[in-house]
Design a protein around this ligand. Sequence first.
Ligand SMILES: *[C@@H]1O[C@H](CO)[C@@H](O)[C@H](O)[C@H]1NC(C)=O
Ligand SMILES: *[C@@H]1O[C@H](CO)[C@@H](O)[C@H](O)[C@H]1NC(C)=O
Ligand SMILES: *[C@@H]1O[C@H](CO)[C@@H](O)[C@H](O)[C@H]1NC(C)=O
Ligand SMILES: *[C@@H]1O[C@H](CO)[C@@H](O)[C@H](O)[C@H]1NC(C)=O
Ligand SMILES: *[C@@H]1O[C@H](CO)[C@@H](O)[C@H](O)[C@H]1NC(C)=O
Ligand SMILES: *[C@@H]1O[C@H](CO)[C@@H](O)[C@H](O)[C@H]1NC(C)=O
Ligand SMILES: *[C@@H]1O[C@H](CO)[C@@H](O)[C@H](O)[C@H]1NC(C)=O
Ligand SMILES: *[C@@H]1O[C@H](CO)[C@@H](O)[C@H](O)[C@H]1NC(C)=O
Ligand SMILES: *[C@@H]1O[C@H](CO)[C@@H](O)[C@H](O)[C@H]1NC(C)=O
Ligand SMILES: CC(=O)N[C@H]1CO[C@H](CO)[C@@H](O)[C@@H]1O
Length: 549
Amino acid sequence: MLTRGLLCSLALVAHAVGSPTSAHLPSKGKQHGATWGKEASGTWDKEASGTWGKKHGGKNHFKGHAYFGAANSSQDRAAAVKEAFQFAWDGYYQYAFPNDELHPISNSFSNSRNGWGASAADALSTALIMEIPEIVNEIVAYVPTIDWSVSYQDEPVSLFETTIRYLGGLISGYDLLTGPLSHLVNNTAYVPELLSQAANLANNLSYAFETPSGIPNNNLIFGNRSDDGSTTNGLATIGTLVLEWTRLSDLTGNDTYAQLTQKAESYLLNPQPAYNEPWDGLVGTNVALENGSFVDASGGWNGGDDSFYEYLIKVKALLFSEYRDRWIAAADSTIEHLASHPSSRPDLTFLAVYNNQTLDFTSEHLACFDGGNFILGGLVLNEQKYIDFGLKLVAACEDTYNQTLTGIGPEVFSWNASMVPADQQEFYDRAGFYITNSQYILRPEVLESFYYAYRATGDSKYQDWSWNGFVAINATCRTGSGFAEISDVNAANGGSFMDFQDSFFFAEVTKYSYLIHAEDAVWQVNNDGVNQYVFNTEAHPFKVAGTPI
Ligand SMILES: *[C@@H]1O[C@H](CO)[C@@H](O)[C@H](O)[C@H]1NC(C)=O
Ligand SMILES: *[C@@H]1O[C@H](CO)[C@@H](O)[C@H](O)[C@H]1NC(C)=O
Ligand SMILES: *[C@@H]1O[C@H](CO)[C@@H](O)[C@H](O)[C@H]1NC(C)=O
Ligand SMILES: *[C@@H]1O[C@H](CO)[C@@H](O)[C@H](O)[C@H]1NC(C)=O
Ligand SMILES: *[C@@H]1O[C@H](CO)[C@@H](O)[C@H](O)[C@H]1NC(C)=O
Ligand SMILES: *[C@@H]1O[C@H](CO)[C@@H](O)[C@H](O)[C@H]1NC(C)=O
Ligand SMILES: *[C@@H]1O[C@H](CO)[C@@H](O)[C@H](O)[C@H]1NC(C)=O
Ligand SMILES: *[C@@H]1O[C@H](CO)[C@@H](O)[C@H](O)[C@H]1NC(C)=O
Ligand SMILES: *[C@@H]1O[C@H](CO)[C@@H](O)[C@H](O)[C@H]1NC(C)=O
Ligand SMILES: CC(=O)N[C@H]1CO[C@H](CO)[C@@H](O)[C@@H]1O
């Protein structure tokens, strides 16, 4: 997934029902904006040092993670992932549907995505690919009942989150149900409703683009058709719309969706002023709504910026060479300037972030989609160097999983040798990073990149890494009626639970965990770079229009 913004402090993760903060809970990248950035950095430091000091006392014994995988066939593994998906769906359906998400410990729910049933929208394409008709039918029968004109408690509507989860989920469901999986729905009258509801939603969102430049405002107040008054929007939140809205134009014949998002994207492809593009293809983060200019020069592949780069190659896959050229520029500059090898583990490759040309050796779980995106770019462009570099990034993200006590990687980590906390020195010496935010909130990016690595190489090592990750998540996060976030990936049993199961668990974690073991199918990524489907940043597969890429 890409997308999203910064993590949430422990306080935020309380996810109180209907609390104002829960509405803003960023999923992926995004919202690097002033609010999140500040809040996040303040909290992280405190939290991380407090936690480490108390809980770890400088001792981090490495427990190897058992290779449960070795004895299991791909079919067994795929079936085990499907069982986990069904379990989580059953809990959601019993206690939360049609609200946005389940609270798996208290068996209650919340509406952090405007109350339109985010988990149902996000589960649809996974239920389809796993071929579970009962769940598919429950979701498609619900979709026509959604009223997009009313946001739960009139909370702001995020253009970005709404696009990747709801629009993405509905468009993907429509593509799969009018194509290879049409046998999974027993009332075909519901199928065209997926597309008309997607169009209704986009029509409601479209006033976001009514700004002087055409760069949309991300945060909309539907109740009075206004917005939050922001004067800027972020790179990922602007640059992660074009795949969904363009596909919607293809399917409906209404070109406006494509035009609005491609116009906004044009400012990102031709960035001004030049000094806010510190290296060719690598740009700043915040863009002025007034004139489309970048207002800073900091960025990287972390949340807030991530899926802009992701979509450059995915849109190329769909459509345009201009996007391809910008992806190549960003990828080449990344290899040259951002690739970084920890002093204690020079064999590992992480990506630094930057402010102008000054690097910061910090990365995060969100950024671990990068390996998969380099691999996809290498396949689509037939350039082995990007695949090779992507595989290095994948191996370093695997290291963030297999070095912790739970076998799950942390939310944020660093490798600045001069800043290693004393109680993590031993850990840094062994692992090549230290943990600055120890939560795991059911994110998919590491599993996503394993998927691309496996599809590109056919090397079963990546299936084993994915299986180990899935088994660890199943062992550590599964509780009550679903899967819960955990406070500390490097504590026995994950520290403590947080009572929240984000919708992307259905869209992404379970899907990528499943697909890596599943049989070939038209939606699978192919190692010859010719794909009939492309996965959006929420892991919803869309059909590629026209000639396969
Ligand atoms: C996978 O193998 C392990 C032992 O090797 C076994 O305990 C486990 O039940 C198997 N899982 C499945 C889903 O078959
Ligand atoms: C359609 O499928 C759902 C779930 O599988 C089932 O509950 C319902 O009875 C089915 N309806 C018809 C008309 O077959
Ligand atoms: C096409 O989409 C735009 C933008 O949402 C909308 O305003 C317009 O009504 C749509 N046109 C048709 C014919 O549906
Ligand atoms: C719209 O509603 C929001 C929240 O209800 C309020 O803060 C804002 O001032 C209103 N904006 C306009 C232009 O009326
Ligand atoms: C664009 O708008 C921003 C923010 O209002 C402003 O700082 C910048 O100077 C403007 N750039 C141009 C080229 O007008
Ligand atoms: C960015 O860094 C370059 C090289 O160090 C420097 O020449 C330039 O002035 C910096 N730009 C800004 C806007 O700080
Ligand atoms: C490492 O940390 C020091 C001290 O905070 C800071 O000055 C330096 O910029 C950091 N370097 C990197 C590459 O992160
Ligand atoms: C952990 O990941 C690294 C990096 O790829 C790999 O070399 C190592 O074998 C893995 N260790 C275990 C125990 O899985
Ligand atoms: C997942 O957890 C459940 C409940 O503890 C267990 O029954 C199941 O075997 C686990 N699956 C795997 C693959 O470990
Ligand atoms: C904010 C907004 O555009 N709301 C509209 C969403 O669509 C419904 C149905 O067309 C309208 O009634 C709302 O005004």
